[in-house]
Design a protein around this ligand. Structure first.
Ligand SMILES: [Zn+2]
Length: 589
């Protein structure tokens, strides 16, 4: 069914909008009501018709694709009740922590009612504030098991005077949207209330930049930012041969997130991002993350590891390929901003060198391969583990090394772009994910070489690449330097209350001097913490002004220091003709 669905989205959507008479398909109608924002609760009514089976199981997801953390959304559900067409209570029996079984023998339609508490503004949570509300379907919509490909309708009831924008497909009724199937339904964020919208077009398709709080990111900045977004979209579109969506939405919150799920999160035809406050954020500051999230609409939303095809929303979906899904997306974020003319050649090359330095500065790179880092992410996706390395940086570094190796092996005829296009055309468009072996086969076919050794060393293994050989394919070598950076002994996140301490090293001086996990550092040396230059404090005595459980106190301690590598790519003195061919292909825009 996936093949037909993926190949004929237009047909399926028309079908969804009109009849719902697809054989065996349920008729599914969700209504999301928000009558009183101060209650911080949505009321959801799900009406399911066309039932022709003795039992129906209904599940709520436990995690949101792209944010590899189990959240158990059921914990936010109140007053869960199931009735039949006559209003008689049916007895839902839980079989798993997020699944209810309903006896539907002789029952053609049921209605499920529940409230959903929405109190956390975060990428993978729902929030109702006084003047806006935000959620993504994954947190709130039930899946009738065995009916993932059935379409659904979503109706909204929102406070008077509020606006609404949703990544779901619009209908003639501004309060009604549709989704072709459950995966599409739950991958769509919706925002209602007060916010700014800048509409722009790319290749004839509508795009919407949504900024919240309204009025904080100026019109001048918004206009410049959407120009950047459009240029990046065109660069990526040129690589893949068109934009595979009807509309695209960039949801921005220029305010701190209220959980660890800050940063940005990709969806099928949208992304959600947190950015510094509107007076601080600039288009140049936020376009890098935007280019990363946008590239995800191909890489991970469509080009997807086989272990996540289809998604299992009931539990962790481990895959050894997130170094491709995230790391190559990092790489192509820098490629796209460069190709779009948003960033310079110098900055592009510096980004490549920085990724290499980021990997080589981390001792964990000698123990944890990119493949293993990918699988183990579920142990600490948004919370630091004691000893780890990011497959984002590992994969970004590998992206450049793969790209240059393929270009060198094919005398500039093919590149990593061809691998991505093949994954898109031969896997996604044929309704399937990809495995490591299938990816190797694609690279081998393009290069007429065997890349198993490359994977053994750098993907499954922890060998240090011979950078000067591989960067040398384009006539570059790595110039290496080292500098001291502060090692405060903790990991923190900037929140409205200050820098919240998360991963405190018990052996650090700060811990010995009394700092604890959960403390909020409000000032360092009497300066606001998010403005201070931590690196300048390497090895220095510092005064931390903290708040612990609302009680303010100061801790005098000392930050440690550690050496980090600083790399730059420099041209060899006299590049050969082949080196110049590879370089020009790599830097073409
Ligand atoms: Zn990402």
């Amino acid at each position: 069914m996936k093949i037909a669905r993926r190949l004929m989205p237009v047909v399926v959507l028309l079908f969804a909008a009109s009849v719902f008479a697809q054989k065996g398909a349920l008729k599914i109608d969700h209504t999301v009501s928000l009558t009183e924002p101060s209650s911080r609760q949505f009321h959801i009514t799900t009406e399911i018709g066309n039932i022709d089976q003795p039992q129906l199981s209904l599940s709520l997801p436990t995690w949101a694709p792209g944010w590899y953390t189990v959240e158990n959304y059921f914990k936010n559900v109140l007053h869960f009740r199931v009735t039949d067409a006559a209003g008689k209570d049916l007895q839902p029996r839980m079989s798993r922590k997020q699944t209810w079984n309903i006896d539907t023998k002789g029952v053609k339609s049921i209605k499920i009612d529940y409230d959903y508490r929405a109190t956390v503004l975060a990428l993978n949570q729902a929030k109702i504030a006084d003047d806006y509300a935000f959620f993504t379907g994954i947190e709130m919509f039930l899946e009738p098991n065995g009916h993932r490909n059935d379409p659904a309708t979503v109706h909204f009831k929102i406070p008077a005077g509020w606006n609404i924008i949703s990544a779901l497909k619009e209908t003639s009724d501004p309060m009604t949207f549709i989704a072709a199937d459950y995966d599409t339904l739950v991958d769509a964020p919706t925002e209602m209330g007060k916010f700014d919208v800048t509409k722009f077009e790319v290749e004839g398709k509508p795009h919407y930049f949504v900024a919240n709080p309204a009025g904080t990111f100026s019109k001048e900045k918004s206009d410049k930012f959407v120009d950047y977004l459009a240029r990046v979209a065109k660069a990526d579109s040129a690589m893949f041969g068109g934009l595979p969506y009807d509309k695209y939405i960039e949801f921005y919150f220029f305010t701190p997130a209220e959980s660890n799920a800050s940063g940005a999160l990709e969806h099928l035809n949208s992304f959600v991002a947190f950015a510094p406050t509107g007076d601080v954020a600039t288009p140049d500051m936020i376009i890098g993350t935007a280019a990363h999230e946008y590239f995800h609409l191909w890489n991970v939303k469509r080009i997807r590891p086989a272990e996540m095809w289809p998604y299992d929303y009931s539990r962790e979906n481990e895959t050894p390929l997130l170094w491709v899904s995230e790391g190559f997306t990092n790489y192509y974020g820098t490629v796209a901003t460069y190709r779009a003319g948003v960033t310079s050649e110098e900055r592009f090359l510096q980004g490549i060198a920085s990724a290499a330095a980021g990997v080589e500065s981390n001792d964990a790179r000698h123990y944890i391969s990119p493949a293993n880092a990918s699988v183990s992410t579920w142990a600490g996706y948004d919370t630091p583990v004691a000893f780890g390395i990011s497959y984002y940086t590992q994969g970004q570094n590998l992206g450049a090394l793969f790209d240059l190796s393929i270009r060198n092996d094919t005398d500039g005829k093919y590149s990593l772009d061809d691998v991505m296009r093949t994954l898109y055309n031969d896997h996604y468009k044929k309704g399937r994910g990809f495995t490591t072996e299938e990816m190797i086969a694609i690279v081998n076919k393009l290069t007429k070489k065997d890349y198993h050794d490359f994977y053994n060393k750098y993907v499954w293994g922890t060998d240090v690449p011979d950078y000067d050989t591989i960067f040398g394919y384009a006539g570059y070598r790595l110039e290496k330097a080292a500098r001291q950076t502060a090692d405060p002994g903790f990991f923190g996140r900037v929140r409205s209350g200050g820098l919240i301490i998360a991963g405190l090293d018990p052996a650090s001086q700060a811990a010995k001097d009394g700092l604890k996990n959960g403390d909020a550092i409000e000032e360092i040396n009497d300066k606001p913490v998010n403005r201070g230059d931590l690196n300048a404090l390497a090895g220095k005595d510092v005064k931390l002004s903290i708040s612990r459980g609302g009680v303010k106190q100061t801790i005098d301690t000392k930050f440690g220091s550690r050496e980090v590598l600083s790399y730059s790519l420099v041209s060899v003195p006299t590049p050969t003709a082949k080196q110049m061919t590879i370089r020009q292909g790599w830097l073409k825009r």
